[in-house]
Design a protein around this ligand. Structure first.
Ligand code: F6R
Length: 368
């Protein structure tokens, strides 16, 4: 039941605060330690891990890209992120101390399943991050972190993606706790911040009308670009994927630092560019993003900037602005992706497409 929404996708976008809260439920012991009940891998096994490979497809792959930033930052374990369809074919280096993490909403994606089978033959440990209880991928894994998004019916993944991010952050923090790479205080501080995220996502949703209005202004566009840096880069890729899938528009995401290495040649008068601006005050990330935005605008792009509340440095270069709550850079994908989902959903609706059943796509891809 769509509960009065036109599409399951839109309903699922608005369910995200609840999905996040459910995915965070019961993760702390009475003494404040992080616990992951279905983890099944012992602390000793996890302490031995010296390399991680995250395998996934599509939107789940983009969740994996965000996870890499968090896991490496908090645990100092090197992480590779690999498309499931490419993994087996490059003769990957896998040992008993490699942890392979398979991210799959459905738990049935054929490429991801084949990849974990390959990893287990090489005696690596496999952990699944999955939204579907009892599906094949978690059944064939050594451990699992279930996300609690509830059933996702729209073909384009939304709440599935946000809850995958939560599971990835929890995994990163759990490994940091087991390996002792972060102090307990810091870990519980991040969990506190995660627990504020459902409220922050709700704040973004409360301003959906603003995003819809912007989308309506761009219904006639033939192409849209997305720019991000750091954890905002995979968000740019995900924003572009959503538009391709349901609005059938040409859309591409770029790392802002790559612009001058080619993509800036695409910029022409009036081309909409959605820019995910990192929070202020971290390295030079924020300032470098602003100069990227200046560059595309100077060449005629119409810049739509997603920037945190109070960040006024961006105003002179923004043709339109979408405000995001103040959150740490590693957690920003949780709030930044939401306007991009709304944007794609609104444009696809205006173009008259079937948002829940986009052409040529299936909800779970059980063929390789
Ligand atoms: C995008 C989308 C697909 C899936 C991909 C992986 O909106 O839905 O790109 O993310 O097919 O599916 P799962 O996560 O079920 O393995």
């Amino acid at each position: 039941e769509k509960d009065g929404y036109d599409w399951f996708m839109r309903k699922e976008i608005f369910e995200q605060p609840r999905a996040l809260a459910d995915s965070l439920l019961g993760r702390r012991t009475p003494t404040g330690e992080l616990q992951l009940d279905e983890m099944r891998l012992s602390d000793d096994e996890l302490r031995d891990i010296d390399k991680m490979i995250i395998i996934a497809a599509g939107t789940s792959f983009y969740a994996g890209m965000v996870a890499k930033y968090a896991i490496e930052h908090w645990t100092r374990i090197p992480v590779e992120v690999e498309l499931a369809s490419e993994f087996r074919y490059r003769d990957p280096i896998l040992t008993q101390s490699t942890l392979v993490v398979a991210i799959s909403q459905s738990g049935e994606t054929a490429d991801t399943l084949q990849a974990i089978r390959h990893a287990r033959v090489q005696r690596s440990k496999v952990l699944a991050i999955c939204n579907t209880n009892g599906s094949t991928i978690p059944r064939e894994s050594d451990g699992v972190i279930y996300t609690h998004a509830g059933p996702e019916i729209g073909v384009a993944s939304t709440k599935g993606y946000l809850t995958q991010l939560i599971a990835c952050y929890l995994l990163a923090l759990y490994l940091a706790q087991v390996k002792g790479t972060r102090y307990g205080d810091e870990i519980s501080q991040v969990i506190d911040q995660l627990e504020e995220m459902p409220g922050h996502v709700q704040t973004v949703l409360d301003r959906a009308d603003q995003v819809y209005a912007l989308a309506q202004e761009h219904v006639g566009t033939r192409s849209v670009l997305f720019l991000g840096r750091h954890a905002g880069y995979p968000v740019a890729l995900e924003g572009a994927l959503k538009l391709k899938e349901i609005a059938y528009l040409h859309a591409e995401g770029f790392a802002a630092g790559e612009l001058k290495h080619g993509p800036i040649a695409l910029i022409e008068d009036g081309l909409p560019v959605l820019c995910i601006v990192p929070p202020r005050g971290r390295d030079q990330l924020h300032d470098k993003m602003i100069s990227g935005i200046q560059e595309v605008r100077a060449r005629g792009a119409r810049t739509i900037c997603l920037a945190e509340e109070g960040d006024d440095s961006i105003t002179p270069y923004a043709d339109a602005m979408i405000r995001l709550p103040n959150v740490p850079v590693l957690l920003q994908p949780l709030v930044a992706v939401v306007p991009l989902q709304l944007f794609a959903c609104e444009i696809a609706t205006a173009l008259g497409h079937d948002v829940d059943q986009p052409r040529n796509l299936a909800k779970s891809v059980t063929v390789e």
